[in-house]
Write a new protein. Sequence first.
Lengths: 327, 429
Amino acid sequence: MKNSHIQIDENGRLCHLLTIEGLERQMVLDILDTAESFISVTEQTVKKVPLLRGKTVVNLFFEASTRTRTTFELAAKRLSADVLNLNITASATTKGETLLDTLRNLEAMHCDMFVVRHADSGTAHFIAQHVPPHISVINAGDGRHAHPTQALLDMFTIRRHKGADFSKLRIAIVGDILHSRVARSQIHALNVLGAGEIRVVGPKTLIPAQAEAIGVKVFHDLGRGIEDADVVIMLRLQKERMQGALLPSEHEYFQLYGLTEEKLAAAKPDVIVMHPGPINRGVEMASEVADGPHSVILEQVTNGIAVRMAVMSMVLGNRYASVEERS
Amino acid sequence: MQIRIRGGRVIDPASGTDAVHDLYVADGRIVAWDQAPDGFRVDREIQADGLIVCPGLVDLGVRLREPGQEHKATIASETRAAAAGGITTLCCPPDTDPIIDTPAVAALIQQRATQVGHARVLPLGALTQKLEGNQLSEMAALKQAGCVGVSNTLRPLASNLVLRRAMEYAATFDLTIFLHSEDPALRNTGCVHEGIVSARLGLPGIPEAAETAAVARDLALIEHTGVRAHFCRLSTARAMQMVARAQHDGLPVTADVSAHHLHLTDQDIADFDSQCHVLPPLRTRKDRDELRAGVARSVITAICSDHQPHEPDAKLAPFTATEPGISALETLLPLSLSLVDEGVLPLMDLLARLTAGPARVLGIDAGTLRVGAAADICIFDPNCEWRLDANTMLSRGRNTPFLGRRLKGRVLYTLLEGKVVHQLEGIGA
C-alpha cells in the first residue's frame, strides 16, 4: 500500500492532514500529546492562546455538518485565528463554478488553511495537490474515505480511558462500515497505534469487500463481535440505506445491531461506548446506552476541540518552521 | 508516388511471414515483394534496415470526439495522433453528439476523415435510436452508410427483450454486434474495481459480477439468436474464461482488451490518480495476468487503445467527479510490444492482435501486407527507447497515466494507402 506522502513535507513534518494512513506512530502520539496540553486551555476562563494570531482559516464545507464545523471553528478561534465559514453547497457549485475555480478565488484572498468537507472520496487529496505551497489542507471528511481528526479524537478519548498501551485493547466498530469514512480512519489509527484486535461488526451489505485486507476481523453477529471488547464504537446509520436495498428496515437493524444495555453485557465490564454523532436513538443504539455509564460520547465532542487545536497548530506551525529554515 | 521500402524485417501475421524483404508500393497498393514489377520507378525509397515493417495497426476502440465534443479533440487531431501511433484503420463508437444512429452522421464522420486523410475511420452504428435502449436503429441503412457493426456502447438497454430483438435484427443484415458487457444496476455508482483499493480509498466499487453477469446473459442470447458478437474491453479474468468456453463451444464470439488493462491494476490508482479512472475499471493483478494469458491463447484476438482524449479540466476534480478514459493512441504499440519483452507471447502473435486479428473482427480486408492489399504500413524501430511527453503528444488529450514513462518501440513511418501520413521528426528522407 502506498502512503500519502503529500501530507508530509521534505523534513518529515505534517503539512496537511488528509488521512491517518501512512502516518508514523510517533506523529500520531505527538498530536495526541499536543492535544493533551490544549485540554487545560479549553478549561480556562480565558480560552484563548495566540498561536495562530493573524492567520486565516477557511471552513470549506461542501456537505452539511454542525458538530465538525463548529468544533473546527472553536478550535481555530481558541488559537486566535480568523475564521471564515463557507457553505459551498448553496453557493458557487450551483452556478457552475468548478471546485478548482472556487479554490483559486479563496487563495486570492490570502488564506492560510482550508478545512474541507466534501461528499466525494479523495477531495482533500485533490485540493492539497492543487493549492499553493503556503496553504494547508485539513480533511474534515471526504466521501467514504477519511475523517482523520475524528479518528484522532477517538484515539485521544480511548487513551484517556484505557491508557497508552493499545496492544491490550480489543475494539469493535459496529454498523455501516462500507459507507463510513470515520471507520476507515479509526481502523488506520488503531493499526498505527498497535491495537490488539480490531473488529468490524455488521451485515454483509455494510461491510466493504475484502475488509480483512485493511487490518480488521469481520463479524456479522453483534454479541460475538463485542464479546470482551474494551471499546465499542457505534456508527451512524444513514436513513437512505433502506432505499439502496442494503437493509430491510430500521426495526430489523436495531433488533440485530442496535446496542442495548443487555447486549452490552457481553463486553468487558469497564467497556466504553463511543459514537461520532449525531446519534439515531433507537436505530443504532438505545438511549439507555447513549446516556448510560459506559458512554463517553459527549466527552468525544469536548476532546474534538483540543485535538483539532493540536492538528491546526502543528500543521501551521510546521509551515512557519520550514519557511524560516529556508530564509 | 511509387515507394520502395528496403531491407526491413517484414512481419505479416496474416501470411505468417517474418523475414527481410523489400516492399514495392504503387497506386496505394502493395504491388510486389522483393522484385520490382515491370516499369516500377522508385519515387521514394525508405531505408528500413533494422526496422520492422508490419501492416498498419487496426484499432477497435477510438473516441474522436467529433462531432459534438470538439473541445476535447477533433477527427483531424486524433487521426493525426493515430498515424503517429502506426494506426491506419480505426473504429469509432457511436456515442458522438449527434449519435451515429442515422446514415448522415456516419457519412459525415467518414467524409471528414477522408478529407483529413490521416487514417481510415470506420464508424460503429448505434444499436438503438439515440442509444436510449428502447427502439432499434435503422441498422440496414447504417450498414449501407459504412458502419462496420452496431453497438450501444456502455449505455444500458431497456430490457433483455430489446437486446434479444436487436441481436436478431443485426443478424438479419449480417452485422456484428459490439458489446460492452456491464450490468448497470450492479455497477451502480461505482467507479473503481470493488476490492482492496475501493475498501481502502472509500471509492464506490464495481464488482466483478457487473461484467460476468452481463457476459453470461449476452452469451445466452447470442446462442439463442445466432448473431455474431464481439465483446469489447473485457476487464475480468472470469469474463474472459466465459468467452473462451463459448468459443470452444463454437459460438461466433470474439473479444478485445485495452492495452492499459494489460498493464495497470487498481493498485495504480494509488491516492486517487484520476488518470487511472477508466471504464470498465482497472481490476486486480490476477485479472491483468489472466487477460494477458487470454491474449496469448488468442481468446482475445485484438488489443485496442480504447482511446478517450479529454481536456485537462475533465481530470481536474475529485476522482469520482472526473471523466473516465485514457488518451492512448500513441502508446498502443509500445505498451503492446512490452508484452513480447515480458515473454507473454511471440512478436508475430502480438502483431496479429494489432492487425489481422482486429481486421477479422471487422470483416474488412486490412491488416495484411499481401500483394494487392491496400498499402497500409507501419514501420517501427523495436529498440528505440523514448519517454512519453505531454508536449510532443499529437493527440489533443494529454490524459494518460503513462506520461514520463519510458517506452520501447517507436513508429518511424506510417503509410495509409501508399501515402506517408506520418514520419517521425528527425528521421532522414
